[in-house]
Design a protein. Structure first.
Length: 401
């Protein structure tokens, strides 16, 4: 078990704490309240309550030491435990002492505890609370208006609605006891008999009508008396229905406004979506056009590449053929004209010209008569490269070879 910093002998400080004592004690109390030792929480809260009561500047303490968040740990556990009672009491002291100066709100603080006792399961406690509250209503006009305007009527409505629902429900929450209902109706009767403006009590008309028709004898009579005063002061079921209809109309108008706003938002969203779809479609069309253009360019480039490759292949083939032919010519023996090839000139007619050898290669024909003469070689020249040079001197016509 976690060790506690709580010291029982510190209870001697109750009612006599000074500023220095508070500075020393509160941090230790905080440690105890945050500990897992639940047995000391009530004792620590009681000591803290005395410190808050003794220090009129409790607001400074609550802010400095952040009391409220810590107290909420216990006040938020809605059970009638000692920790709940003490923590809510401390919060009540801090709130009343440092809260609003508005008398209507302060009056609510004055009646809260009495209303709590009014709802007690103990009949004597409940009747005592009812009697005390009726006396306050009779004596204090601010209390009257506070009860009318700050939530008491709604608590009455809840008590009877909860009682009706609990009769048909398996919930563990108990129905409102008969003595509590009687006490509540006594207070409502005192209010409607004392206050001029009874409009806030119109929300009770359906409940009072039901109690008048189906309630137990004592409750039925109290309901009849309250309804009679309401009717006498102009607060009837009709006015309640009218108010209820006004509220319903207001609510429906609000719902219609929300629906219209929702429709407008959806229309705006649809418009944005439509615009976005159109933009997407344009982008898709542009992308398709670009794809087609790129495909055309690619096809043109491919065709150009094929033509270029075909042209290059053709040039390469021609070059290879040329190289091959040149190689063949190179591989063949070069005929040397200086060698004695069996090439001779025939049909030499000495009557028309003389034939003479100059250097074994060159031959000379000298024409004697002015006539056309013809001379042929000994064979047909098919292969190889051959040279024949002819030189004509002092001729009167062309020469052909």
């Amino acid at each position: 078990m976690e060790e506690s910093t709580f010291r029982p002998d510190q209870t001697a400080l109750f009612g006599t704490t000074t500023g220095s004592n508070v500075t020393t004690i509160i941090p230790h109390l905080f440690e105890d309240l945050e500990s897992d030792n639940t047995n000391i929480h009530a004792l620590v809260l009681r000591q803290l309550l005395d410190i808050i009561i003794d220090n009129r500047e409790s607001n400074d303490l609550s802010l400095k030491y952040k009391l409220i968040p810590l107290l909420n740990k216990f006040a938020g556990n809605i059970e009638k435990s000692e920790e709940f009672v003490l923590s809510t009491t401390i919060l009540h002291v801090i709130g009343v002492r440092n809260g609003s100066d508005n008398k209507m709100i302060l009056a609510g603080a004055a009646t809260d505890s009495i209303i709590q006792s009014l709802f007690s399961q103990d009949e004597k406690t409940s009747k005592s609370g009812s009697k005390a509250l009726c006396e306050l209503i009779e004596e204090n006009e601010i209390i009257q208006h506070s009860l009318m305007r700050t939530g008491f009527i709604s608590k009455v409505q809840y008590a009877f609605i909860n009682s009706s629902q609990s009769s048909f429900s398996s919930q563990t929450e108990s129905a409102t006891p008969y003595h509590v209902k009687c006490g509540l109706l006594d207070i409502v009767h005192k209010l409607v008999a004392t206050v001029d403006d009874l409009q806030p009590t119109s929300i009770l008309i359906p409940i009072l009508t039901e109690l008048k028709n189906n309630g137990e004898k004592g409750i039925k009579n109290k309901s009849i008396n309250i309804l009679a005063i309401q009717i006498a002061k102009g607060i009837s079921a009709i006015s309640f229905d009218s108010k209820q209809k006004d509220e319903e109309i207001k609510q429906l108008k609000e719902e219609i406004k929300q629906l219209k706003d929702g429709i407008e938002r959806k229309e705006e969203e649809m418009k944005r979506n439509k615009d976005e779809l159109q933009r997407e479609k344009r982008r898709a069309d542009e992308a398709e056009q670009r794809i087609r253009r790129l495909e055309q360019e690619k096809e043109q480039e491919q065709q150009f590449k094929w033509k270029k490759e075909a042209k290059q292949k053709k040039l390469k083939d021609e070059k290879e053929n040329l190289k091959s032919n040149q190689k063949k010519q190179i591989d063949k023996p070069i005929l040397n004209p200086s060698q004695d090839f069996p090439i001779e000139i025939h049909n030499i007619n000495s009557t028309y010209y003389d034939f003479s050898d100059i250097n074994g290669v060159m031959k000379k024909l000298t024409q004697k008569q002015t006539k056309h003469i013809y001379t042929s070689l000994t064979q047909v020249m098919e292969n190889g490269i051959w040279n024949l040079e002819a030189k004509f001197n002092t001729t009167q016509s062309d020469g052909y070879g």
